[in-house]
Design a protein around this ligand. Structure first.
Ligand code: AMP
Length: 456
């Protein structure tokens, strides 16, 4: 769970990178960083926290040059600390190279062990540093050969922007698990995790970086390389369900449209008589709209979100019940009182949030609470870059839907089926559904059965 951006050929490259990161803040809130270059000097600034806090105006002014790459981080592997903040930069035999990486490598630990055995010294616990060591150690004469060489040795999800003295380089794993898109603003090329960054910069969406593509951008133009054996794409379907911004075009489709269709499909699979459909904001909103459109049951907002909740807040000593959820959401009594309510959310992970929210809705006077979830039960952890708890902590891994209904105290509970999900997403593409099916498309140490294609 990270967001990346690369800017090539703009007098205010670092400012554009900053704005792009701002648009992609939802992809990571732990740390933010930008490295800029004029082709000779590289300047870097990284910090813990949100983009707006890490980059005061005077800091951006110091990041000079017409090229920049940036990163927002939500740690999945590696601890949350400044040394693990990206972008990350090395000096090696061919000069300087900076990287911003989204995705998890599943063989990073074993590759790192080998590298350390051969004498590499690591500065961080990020798996992205493994890629940089592989590039530095490669015997290929040119950078493109070294990148291909390094990336062939890693397994897992990578959407990456690299930057050296002359080029901006985008790379995406052959299964294209995480998104990565190419945009253009007059003579400026932009690479970003999500197209919502282009909208803010008034850049046009050009295309996705293709599965297995390494794209070099230099003053001579753009050039594509496909060094990896072709593989069937397995895009992360959870980007559609929860992670990406609804206004982004991801894997060729606007996320909002997919979420509304998920809500419609959910309604077809789990209809129920009720007075209103309400979302758990913001993640459940488009699916709730879809559910309401499909059934004709009125859509309403029974829960209001406080958008200014920071990462930490001071809890009162004398316990206020459900404090954690209350600080983020509040129920509107006049809307919910005596009503039969359908509550739509995108997923249930541990079940603790849903349980608290349902209690809140009941306390506001709702007569019935029917929960509808626009994803199948989250049964397995993700190893490719979504932050999920261990399998034991996932409520669906050890409980039936009826158990979960009882735990969250709903009158009824319905999840969309895997078949329904498959029908909704663009079926020309292929998706990874391992978090629902346990069919992991890329093998890794400790995986009980061999890698399997997804059900898509
Ligand atoms: P839980 O209380 O653990 O069941 O959390 C469920 C809520 O977490 C839902 O409202 C989801 O929108 C949200 N959610 C799902 N996946 C993630 C994730 N990887 N990181 C943060 N929040 C998530």
């Amino acid at each position: 769970m990270c967001g990346i951006i690369g800017i090539f050929n703009h007098p205010e490259a670092s400012n554009l990178a900053y704005l792009g990161l701002y648009a992609m803040q939802h992809r990571g809130q732990e740390s933010a960083g930008i490295i800029a270059t004029d082709g000779k000097q590289f300047t870097s600034h990284k910090g813990m926290g949100l983009v707006a806090d890490v980059f005061p105006e005077e800091t951006i002014a110091k990041l000079r040059g017409t090229r920049a790459i940036g990163h927002v981080r939500y740690s999945t592997t590696g601890s949350s600390s400044l040394e693990n903040a990206q972008p990350f930069m090395i000096n090696y035999s061919l000069g300087t190279l900076a990287i911003a990486h989204n995705g998890n490598l599943v063989n990073a630990e074993e590759t790192k062990k080998e590298l350390v055995y051969r004498g590499s010294i690591f500065q961080s616990s990020m798996d992205s540093e493994v890629i940089m060591h592989l590039v530095a150690c490669s015997r290929e004469p040119k950078l493109i050969g070294r990148l291909a060489d390094a990336l062939k040795q890693v397994k897992g999800a990578f959407s990456i922007v690299f930057m050296n003295e002359n080029e901006l380089i985008a790379a995406r794993d052959p299964q294209a698990i995480r998104p990565l898109v190419l945009g253009k603003l007059k003579d400026t090329w932009i690479v970003a995790s999500e197209s919502c960054a282009f909208d803010l910069l008034e850049a046009e969406y050009v295309r996705e970086i293709a599965p297995g593509e390494i794209l070099t951008i230099s003053e001579r133009g753009i050039k594509s390389y496909f060094p990896f054996p072709a593989a069937k794409p397995t895009h992360c379907v959870f980007e559609y369900i929860y992670f990406a911004r609804p206004d982004s075009v991801v894997f060729g489709e606007t996320v909002y449209d997919v979420r509304v269709r998920l809500g419609r499909q959910l309604a077809r699979e789990h209809p129920v008589d009720a007075d209103m459909v309400i979302p758990i904001p913001d993640s459940g909103t488009p699916a709730a709209l879809g559910y309401a459109k499909e059934t004709g049951i009125p859509f309403d907002l029974g829960l209001i979100r406080n958008h200014y909740v920071g990462r930490t807040f001071i809890e009162p000593r004398s316990s206020i019940r459900h404090f954690g959820v209350k600080i983020k959401l509040n129920a509107i009594r006049s809307i919910l009182k005596d009503k039969r309510v359908i509550v739509v959310d995108d997923s249930i992970v541990r079940g603790t949030t849903s349980r608290k929210i349902i209690k809140m809705i009941r306390a506001a006077g709702a007569r019935e609470v029917h929960v509808r979830i626009s994803s199948p039960p989250t049964d397995y952890p993700c190893y490719y870059g979504i932050d999920t708890p261990t399998r034991k902590e996932l409520i669906a891994s050890s409980h039936t839907v009826e158990d979960i209904r009882r735990y969250i105290t709903a009158d009824s509970l319905g999840y969309i089926s895997i078949a329904g999900l498959k029908q909704v997403v663009n079926c020309r593409e292929c998706f990874c559904d391992a978090c629902f099916s346990g069919r992991y498309p890329i093998s890794f140490p400790g995986l009980e059965q061999p890698a399997q294609p997804s059900l898509f």
